[in-house]
Design a protein around this ligand. Structure first.
Ligand code: PLP
Length: 415
């Protein structure tokens, strides 16, 4: 039974790292009458979406839409590009990177794992070192995660791209929870397949995987023996050239993606990047000011999800339940071995600065309720300080500070 308090709350404020709160405009687009998915209107819709997605991926190559969540896109990428027995180097930094590796194993690939301690970003030097020892070029593919949602860690994709520069392997990137929140230059960085999804930064409902591939990757697909039928990128590309998808697409989600992209460009890509960065900084500042710890290590913080460590004695599931039931604020637990040890707060979606302040206030109330020793108001105060400073900086045209500077300043100011 739904508890009484939940029903009396106007709506739940989704601060989970996807699916995210969608705007009223995007929600309204879902009620548009359906159109013929083999007709000219749909072809124009697909064409417009492709044109708008290109700069977000940073590619001039073809991008296809698959009717699935992000995982379907990762599955399609692996089975379309590789063949059973291919040697791949997977570089997970958390649960989703491990899933990417498992997809490749399920496809019969021979997967080697380059491990990274949870909470840390992939070390570009370690990657370069491993690749330099592959003198015969036996590694056919490299699996990378842009933004690891399970640990609140963002990899430095420019640095990883540089580390890969001289190796011939195809580079596949999971950017399900990263794409759109920062400048991403797939072509310039030499990534071969990049996978994202609608329900994260783009702030549309779940239902479409977005997959971009380089000429090299499209060519590799021609000789791949990976078992695939529904999730076949070559088929998707061939149909896309005729303004269609191979199978019946989730037409309403395509409408919603169109509306979400219109909003993305109306706000402006740089403003979107700064919004995510600003919200993440405000949340991190609040956490540090409350005397709590960030799970991600300095220099590897994600801008789309903040992971917060909790002392062992705290009952995380009770905290999350109270936040949801009493305040209508929804945050996520940790996953797998991090369940009960961290909470994750997303910054993506149709959220205002006021929503962030409200959610942090609710978090403080719940922490007090659970007798965690915090100074009430310190977190909200620190977040307000970040927002105020960002406002002042934008009025004076100042560049945003680097994360490293921010870490030092936040620690000095609030501890
Ligand atoms: N990869 C990352 C980094 C994710 O954050 C997620 C979902 O949160 C996925 C993959 C899986 O995407 P989906 O749940 O859309 O299948």
């Amino acid at each position: 039974m739904v508890p009484e308090r939940v029903r009396t709350l106007k709506e739940e404020l989704l601060f989970i790292p996807g699916p995210v709160k969608i705007s009223e405009k995007v929600a309204a687009s879902l009620s548009r009458p359906l159109i013929d998915h083999r007709g000219p209107q749909f072809a124009a819709l697909l064409e417009g979406i492709g044109r708008q997605l290109g700069p977000i991926f940073g590619t001039n190559n073809d991008i296809v839409l698959l009717g699935s969540s992000g995982t379907g896109g990762l599955d399609a990428a692996v089975t379309s590009v590789f063949s059973p027995g291919d040697k791949l180097l997977a570089c997970p930094v958390g649960v989703f990177g491990q899933r990417f590796a498992r997809i490749a194993e399920a496809a019969g690939c021979d997967v080697e794992i380059l491990g990274t301690e949870a909470g840390h970003a992939l070390d570009a030097g370690a990657l370069a070192h491993r690749l330099s020892s592959d003198r015969e070029g036996s590694i056919r593919g490299i699996l990378l995660t842009h933004n690891e949602t399970s640990t609140g860690v963002e990899n430095d994709m420019a640095a990883l791209s540089a580390a890969l520069r001289d190796h011939p392997a195809l580079r596949l990137v999971d950017s399900v929870s990263g794409l759109g929140a920062s400048a991403f230059t797939m072509d310039a960085w030499g990534f071969d397949v990049v996978v994202s999804a609608t329900q994260k930064v783009l702030a549309a409902p779940p239902g479409l995987a977005l997959v971009a591939a380089s000429e090299r990757a499209w060519k590799a697909m021609g000789s791949s023996k990976g078992a695939r039928f529904y999730f076949d990128l070559t088929k998707a590309r061939n149909f896309a050239h005729d303004g269609q998808t191979p199978w019946t697409p989730p037409v309403s989600i395509v409408f919603a993606l169109e509306a979400a992209l219109q909003q993305y460009y109306a706000e402006g890509p740089e403003a979107v990047w700064q919004r995510h960065q600003r919200y993440a900084r405000a949340i991190r500042a609040a956490i540090v000011a409350l005397g709590l710890e960030l799970f991600s290590s300095p220099g590897s913080h994600s801008r789309t999800v903040v992971a917060i460590s909790f002392p062992k004695k705290l009952d995380v599931s009770r905290l999350l339940l109270s936040l949801r039931q009493n305040h209508g604020v929804v945050l996520s637990d940790g996953q797998q071995e991090l369940k009960g040890k961290i909470i994750r707060m997303g910054t993506m979606g149709d959220l205002s600065q006021t929503d962030v302040i409200g959610a942090l206030g609710a978090l403080e109330m719940v922490l007090c309720e659970q007798e965690v020793d915090i100074q009430m108001g310190a977190g909200v105060g620190a977040a307000l300080h970040v927002f105020h400073q960002a406002d002042a900086d934008s009025r004076h045209g100042a560049a945003q500070e680097s994360d490293a500077t921010e870490d030092a300043q936040t620690t000095a100011a609030f501890r």
